[in-house]
Ligand binder design. Structure first.
Ligand SMILES: C[S@@+](CC[C@H](N)C(=O)[O-])C[C@H]1O[C@@H](n2cnc3c(N)ncnc32)[C@H](O)[C@@H]1O
Length: 220
C-alpha cells in the first residue's frame, strides 16, 4: 500500500470474522515455529547492541513506515529508547537525516520474527504502538491481520500497554476481540489529533475519514 492510497476501506466483511475465535485460539494452543529470517536475526542483534549502550525503557513502534512516528515519540519521550521497525528498507531510508534523536533506533526487519526474538530475549517494553497497520480487508486475508497472525500471542507479551490506530474500525474491533479471548480488556474510541505523527494518519485525515484508536493494558 502506498502513502498515496487514502481510499475508504472496502471489505466483504461486515462484522468480526466468523473464524477469528478458532484462529486466535489455535495460535494460543500451538507454538509458531517458522525459522527466523537471517536479516531479521542480524537486525535484532544490532538493535540489542544499541540498547545495551544505555539502560532506558523501550517504546516499540511497529510498522513505522518512514519512521515519522518513531521520531515524534523519541522527541516526546527523551528518556526512552524508541525502536521503530518496518520491513521496507525503501521506506525506512526515505527521511533519515543527520539530526536524528539520540534515543531513536530504526531497523529493517520482519516483525513476524522480530516480535518472537524480542519475547525470547525478555524485552521489557513500556509502550507498544502499531499505527495504521496494513488492513488486509478481504475476508480471506484475516490471517494477515496482526490479531489473526500466528505471532499474535507474542505481540501481546510485549509491553505494558499497546496502542493501535486505524481508519478501519473493524480491524480494531477484531483486535479488541482477540485481546478479550486472551483475557484482556481494551478501549476503542475515535482518534483526534492536533498534529498527525504518521503519513497515513495525515492522508486519511485529509481525505475526511474518521480515525480510531484502540488502547489496552497488557497483563503478562
Ligand atoms: C499502512 S503502512 C503504515 C506506515 C506508518 N505506520 C504510517 O502510519 O504512515 C504499514 C506498514 O507496515 C509495514 N509492515 C507490514 N508488514 C510488516 C512486517 N511483517 N514486518 C515489518 N513491517 C511490516 C509496511 O512495510 C508498511 O510500511
Amino acid at each position: 500500500m502506498s502513502e498515496g492510497n487514502s481510499r475508504v476501506i472496502e471489505s466483504n466483511q461486515d462484522g468480526i470474522h466468523e473464524d477469528l475465535t478458532d484462529i486466535v485460539n489455535k495460535h494460543f494452543a500451538t507454538k509458531f515455529l517458522k525459522p527466523f529470517a537471517e536479516h531479521t536475526k542480524q537486525a535484532f542483534a544490532e538493535v540489542e547492541a544499541q540498547l545495551a549502550s544505555k539502560s532506558m525503557p523501550i517504546i516499540f513502534d511497529s510498522c513505522c513506515g518512514v519512521g515519522d512516528s518513531s521520531r515524534a515519540l523519541a522527541n516526546l519521550y527523551p528518556n526512552h529508547w524508541v525502536v521503530g521497525i518496518d520491513k521496507s528498507a525503501d521506506r525506512l531510508s526515505r527521511e533519515r537525516d543527520n539530526n536524528e534523536p539520540d534515543n531513536l533506533i530504526l531497523a529493517r526487519a520482519d516483525l513476524n520474527d522480530f516480535y518472537r526474538l524480542a519475547v525470547q530475549a525478555n524485552w521489557q517494553v513500556d509502550k507498544h504502538f502499531i499505527l495504521y497497520p496494513n488492513p488486509w480487508p478481504k475476508s480471506a486475508h484475516v490471517k494477515r491481520r496482526w490479531h489473526g497472525s500466528a505471532v499474535f500471542p507474542e505481540i501481546i507479551k510485549l509491553g505494558k500497554t499497546i496502542e493501535l490506530r486505524s481508519n478501519w474500525k473493524l480491524y480494531l474491533e477484531e483486535f479488541a476481540y482477540a485481546l478479550k479471548l486472551a483475557g484482556m480488556d481494551s478501549e476503542l474510541k475515535p482518534y483526534q489529533f492536533e498534529t498527525a505523527i504518521t503519513p497515513f494518519e495525515q492522508k486519511y485525515h485529509n481525505s475526511g475519514q474518521p480515525l480510531w484508536q484502540l488502547t489496552a493494558e497488557l497483563y503478562n
